[in-house]
Design a protein around this ligand. Structure first.
Ligand code: ADP
Length: 453
C-alpha cells in the first residue's frame, strides 16, 4: 500500500478523498491554486503544495506542476477525482512514465472510452445492447441518409468526441438531415477539433440509468447496482438516486451483467460507470462509459455500504477487491441533491460570493459532502457545486421525507443556491411517483412554484 497520496483536485471531492486516505492511515497531499489558499482541502490535508494561478489551465490542469508537486512531496500515487485531469489519457500516461501510480483505469481504457463511436463498437462486440444506428463514424451525408432510413426517424446526430451535449442534433424528418448534419459537424469541429459524427435512433422520453462497476487488476469485477440520473438540466445532472424507482430486480441483473461484460471486454480496472438510456418499455441501451469516480457516487455508497474511493485506492495499489458479487446487497434507498451556487430563478446563473452563514443538516440518514464553511469565499473560476446533500432511508418514501426535512434545515446565506429548487422538485407529485424522464425539467414549471414560496 502507498504511504502518501496526492489529490489533483479541489472542492468537495478533494475533501472526500482526504477522508478516505485518513481512514486508511495514509498521508494526503493537497494541491491548490492562488484562489484556493483558504480552501478546506488545503486545511485538512497533511501537506499542501501551491501549483499556480487561479485559471485551471495554469494550476489544476497543468500536468507538469501537478506531477512536480507529487515528486517534491514524496507522494507515490495521484488521485484525480472527477473533472480536471480525471479522463485525460495523456496525463495518466505521464504519471506512469514518472514512476507514479494513477488512481484510475489504464490510459488505454480512458482513450478507448473517450472516442464514443469506438466505445459503442467495443460494447456492441461484447454483447452489450447499444442504440440502433451507424457502426462507427459516418463517412458522408449519403451514408447518414441511408443509416437514418434504416434506423427510422426521428434520429440523433452525435459527435464522436462528444461531451456535455455538444455537437448533438435531433433530426425529425429526412428533409432536415442535410442542414443538421452540417451544423452538428461544424459545432463538433469547433468544440473538439474533431467534426466526425455518428447517428442513433432517438429514444423518446428516455431515462438515464447508469451502473457503477469496480474492477481490480486480478480480473475480479462487480457491479454495485444502478443510479438513476434523469433529473437533468441541459445534460447536467441535478438529482440522482439509487436504486432507480423503475428498475426491477430482473432488469438490475441484466443491466449489471451487461456493464460487467462491457467493462471486462475492454480490460477495465478501477471504479467506472457504464451509462445507459432506458426507453418507456424498459429496454436499455449503452450510451457511454465514464472512466472515473462520479459526482453521484455517494448514493451507491449509501445503499451498498461500499466505500468506492477506498476501493479505488486499494485497486490502484494492486490489491484484490474486498467483495464478490454475492456480497453486494442493496439496503434501502438514497437520493442526492447537488446544491450549487446558482440562482434557479435567473436561469441557474452562477453566483459566486462569500458564505455569510452556514448550517448543515444532520440526523438519521443524512450525509453532506462539502468543502464550504462560514466565511468561505466561493471563487468564480471553478464549478459552482457547494455541497451534495444525500438522504438515505429504508425505502424511497423515507429517503424523500428525510431529504425534504434536511433541505428545510439547510441554511446557506450570502449566495443564492439551488436548495429551494430541489425542494420544489422533490416534493412534486411526479417525482414522488417516480414518473419522470430526461425531459422532465423542460416540462415542469419550477419557476412558477419557486415564486410561490
Ligand atoms: P454527452 O457525452 O455529450 O453528454 P451522451 O451520449 O452522454 O452525450 O448523451 C447525453 C444525454 O443525451 C443522455 O443522458 C440522454 O439524455 C440524451 N441522449 C443520448 N443519446 C440519446 C438517444 N439515442 N436518444 C435519446 N436521447 C439520447
Amino acid at each position: 500500500m502507498f504511504k502518501k497520496v496526492l489529490i489533483a483536485n479541489r472542492g468537495e471531492i478533494a475533501v472526500r478523498i482526504i477522508y478516505a486516505l485518513r481512514e486508511m492511515g495514509l498521508e494526503s497531499v493537497a494541491v491548490y491554486s492562488d484562489a484556493d489558499e483558504n480552501a478546506l482541502h488545503v486545511q485538512l490535508a497533511d501537506y499542501s503544495v501551491k501549483i499556480g494561478p487561479p485559471p485551471p489551465r495554469e494550476s489544476y490542469l497543468h500536468y507538469h506542476r501537478v506531477i512536480a508537486a507529487a515528486e517534491v512531496s514524496g507522494a507515490e500515487a495521484i488521485h484525480p477525482g472527477y473533472g480536471f485531469l480525471a479522463e485525460n489519457a495523456e496525463f495518466a500516461r505521464l504519471v506512469r512514465d514518472h514512476g507514479l501510480v494513477f488512481i484510475g483505469p489504464p490510459p488505454e481504457a480512458i482513450e478507448d472510452m473517450g472516442d464514443k463511436a469506438k466505445a459503442k463498437e467495443s460494447m456492441k462486440r461484447a454483447g452489450v445492447p447499444v442504440v440502433p444506428g451507424s457502426d462507427g463514424p459516418l463517412a458522408d451525408l449519403d451514408q447518414a441518409r441511408e443509416v437514418a432510413e434504416k434506423a427510422g426517424y426521428p434520429v440523433l446526430l452525435k459527435a464522436v468526441a462528444g461531451g456535455g451535449g455538444r455537437g448533438m442534433r435531433i433530426v425529425r424528418e429526412p428533409g432536415e438531415l442535410e442542414k443538421q448534419f452540417q451544423s452538428a459537424g461544424a459545432e463538433a469541429e469547433s468544440a473538439f477539433g474533431d467534426g466526425r459524427l455518428y447517428l442513433e435512433k432517438l429514444i423518446l422520453r428516455p431515462r438515464h440509468i447508469e451502473v457503477q462497476v469496480l474492477a481490480d487488476s486480478h480480473g475480479n469485477i462487480v457491479y454495485l447496482g444502478e443510479r438513476e440520473c434523469s433529473i437533468q438540466r441541459r445534460h447536467q445532472k441535478l438529482i440522482e438516486e439509487s436504486p432507480s424507482p423503475v428498475v426491477s430486480p430482473e432488469t438490475r441483473k441484466l443491466l449489471g451483467e451487461s456493464a460487467v461484460r462491457g467493462a471486462s471486454a475492454i480490460g477495465y480496472v478501477s471504479a467506472g460507470t457504464v451509462e445507459f438510456i432506458m426507453d418507456q418499455e424498459g429496454n436499455f441501451y449503452f450510451i457511454e462509459m465514464n472512466t472515473r469516480v462520479q459526482v453521484e457516487h455517494p448514493v451507491t455508497e449509501m445503499v451498498t455500504g461500499v466505500d468506492i474511493i477506498k476501493e479505488q485506492i486499494r485497486i490502484a495499489a494492486g490489491e484484490k477487491l474486498s467483495m464478490r458479487q454475492e456480497d453486494v446487497v442493496l439496503r434501502g434507498h438514497a437520493i442526492e441533491a447537488r446544491i450549487n451556487a446558482e440562482d434557479p430563478v435567473r436561469d441557474f446563473a452562477p453566483s459566486p460570493g462569500t458564505i455569510k452563514a452556514l448550517h448543515k443538516p444532520g440526523g438519521p440518514g443524512i450525509r453532506v459532502d462539502s468543502h464550504i464553511y462560514q466565511g468561505y469565499k466561493v471563487p468564480p473560476y471553478y464549478d459552482s457545486l457547494l455541497a451534495k446533500l444525500i438522504a438515505h432511508g429504508s425505502d424511497r418514501n423515507e429517503a424523500i421525507a428525510r431529504m425534504l426535512r434536511a433541505l428545510e434545515e439547510f441554511v446557506i446565506e450570502g449566495v443564492p443556491t439551488t436548495i429551494p429548487f430541489h425542494h420544489v422538485v422533490i416534493s412534486s407529485e411526479e417525482f414522488r411517483r417516480g414518473d419522470f424522464d430526461t425531459g422532465f425539467l423542460e416540462r415542469f414549471d419550477y419557476k412558477a412554484k419557486l415564486s410561490e414560496l
